[in-house]
Design a protein around this ligand. Structure first.
Ligand SMILES: *Cc1c(COP(=O)(O)O)cnc(C)c1O
Length: 499
């Protein structure tokens, strides 16, 4: 039986459904698996012909062992169906013999968050049914853009759930704002908050920790939960596409089963790259994990020195989903590298809280060096990469994916390692149409996001996703706006009357 323990207290042991329902451990730690199912050679061979849904069931079932196989299959079928505009769900496109782009943006909101957030609601309602007491699950999200929309699409009209998203009024792009304010669904609410992302985030945290509010709503039959990337239910679906991409390349004769690959990931909260690492623990043949950062390069410095330090400037970049100082899921990697020694992990994170930095020991650093490479890409290099790759390969990268591509080139030049690489591509370029248009020599000045989409389309020819075209004519459903201090009232109103 696979159990999950807290990265800060390994004496706690929870089932998968408990861990998903609860989200975060009460001691502040993250839930991690106490072991991995390692596929045998024979089992790996059986994975070769599988389609995305079949692969998902095979990868997920070992993690969800208090779910029946029928439950896992039904959840996967509901998640990875017609909402994706590619029959492969996550196709892999080869730019040359050793550079393969894993496109994770064919879901309903065209960002990689869909890969997990299309499945999470189903795992959440199943978990609630197993461990909860029949209360309705209320998902609260503070978003700087992509997560809010992907969570809305995932949870819309899922029975037994409601979802409320708060976004900073002046902190999201035109396209992102329209995507959220035109959201369909009978169980959704979207509201803007006066202030920046931190104000919205602090408001949500205050609601989560308001004991009185929790009790009041509990009596009314509601329980809060979160859809952010520290939830296991968001992490484990991301393991699937690394297997799927690897076996796509095997099927196409570009790899032989057992050949090692390098995996390159544009990294923010460290969830996506950690999922690849968990894949390796299950038998995926990986040589190096290449962790790509933008100008906010806390992770590059960490992999170089073993010191994680928050003493640095925060930059706003054209790859906003990677603008981050605290990469939460790194804690899960450290826990694994320390062989589950949660006292050691707890000490590091207490230090981070108290002094703003920690340093890992020699043993951990050596393990990291063997498996990880960290590199970063500044704004100019991002622009240059988008332009050059389009010119040379006729392939348009979004800014996040361009960061990953550049760091791969840097790694190859530095090490001479020509191992075939799978590069995670995390957003459709139209989602960041102004930056991409500018990189390709166009002018975004004075134009709306949707106008930039049209101009970019003329330039690159890639079909514009229907969901983005539709924004022009979709009615706006949500115009409400509040102060951060009023968010609690907004929640109460959404859930039916004042307490
Ligand atoms: C969230 C996101 C990332 C970062 O992924 P992590 O799992 O947080 O490291 C990268 N690119 C895009 C487009 C994203 O939305």
């Amino acid at each position: 039986m696979m159990k999950y323990f807290s990265s800060r207290d390994n004496t706690l042991r929870l089932s998968a459904s408990r861990a998903i329902y609860q989200g975060l451990s009460e001691d502040g730690g993250l839930f991690v698996p106490d072991g991995f199912h390692r596929f045998s050679r024979e089992e790996l061979e059986q994975l070769i012909p599988l389609n995305y849904q079949q692969m998902a069931v095979r990868v997920l079932e070992s993690y969800l062992d208090d779910f029946t196989k029928e439950e896992v299959s039904a959840a996967v079928a509901a998640a990875y169906g017609t909402g994706f505009d590619s029959p492969q769900t996550a196709p892999t496109v080869s730019l040359d013999e050793t550079t393969h782009i894993l496109e994770l943006w064919h879901g309903p909101t065209h960002a990689f968050k869909d890969m997990a957030l299309q499945l999470l609601p189903h795992l959440m309602t199943l978990s609630a049914a197993k461990t909860g007491d029949g209360r309705e699950v209320v998902i609260l999200v503070a978003t700087s853009g992509d997560t809010g929309k992907a969570a809305l699409e995932g949870f819309k009209d899922v029975p037994g759930t409601r979802i409320m998203v708060f976004y900073p009024r002046d902190g999201v792009s035109d396209v992102q704002k329209l995507q959220m304010t035109t959201q369909q669904g009978g169980n959704v609410w979207v509201e803007s908050v006066h202030g920046n992302f931190d104000d919205a985030q602090s408001g949500v945290k205050a609601i989560f920790t308001d004991g009185e509010l929790k009790r009041t709503l509990s009596e009314k039959g509601f329980v809060f939960s979160s859809a952010n990337s520290i939830n296991l239910g968001r992490l484990i679906p991301q393991i699937v596409y690394y297997f799927y991409s690897y076996f796509t390349l095997v099927r196409e004769g570009k790899l032989a089963l057992g050949d090692k690959v390098n995996i390159v990931v544009p990294t923010g909260n460290f969830g996506n790259i950690l999922a690849a690492y968990y894949g390796m623990k299950m038998g995926l043949p990986v040589r190096k994990f290449i962790c790509a950062s933008n100008k906010n390069k806390v992770l590059t410095d960490f992999f170089l020195t073993g010191c994680y330090s928050l003493d640095r400037t925060f930059y706003t970049t054209m790859s906003p989903s990677m603008d981050i100082l605290i990469s939460s899921n790194l804690e899960r990697l450290l826990c694994d590298l320390c062989a589950g020694d949660s006292d050691k992990v707890k000490k590091l994170y207490t230090e981070l809280k108290q002094s703003g930095s920690f340093q890992v020991d020699e043993e951990t650093k050596t393990k990291m060096d063997g498996l990880f490479y960290g590199g970063f890409c500044d704004e100019e290099q991002t622009t240059e990469t988008i332009r050059r790759v389009f010119e040379e390969k006729n392939y348009c990268l979004d800014p996040h994916s361009a960061v990953a591509y550049h760091v791969l080139e840097q790694y190859r030049a530095q090490t001479g390692d020509g191992t075939p690489a799978i590069v995670a591509s995390t957003a459709n370029p139209y989602k960041f149409s102004d930056s991409v248009l500018t990189a390709l020599g166009g002018s975004a000045q004075g134009k709306t996001g949707l106008q930039c989409v049209e101009l970019l389309h003329e330039r690159i020819g890639l079909p514009v996703p229907e969901a983005i075209t539709r924004l022009k004519t979709s009615p706006v459903r949500f115009t409400a706006s509040c102060e951060a201090a009023e968010m609690k009232d907004a929640v109460l109103q959404f859930l039916g009357g004042k307490a």
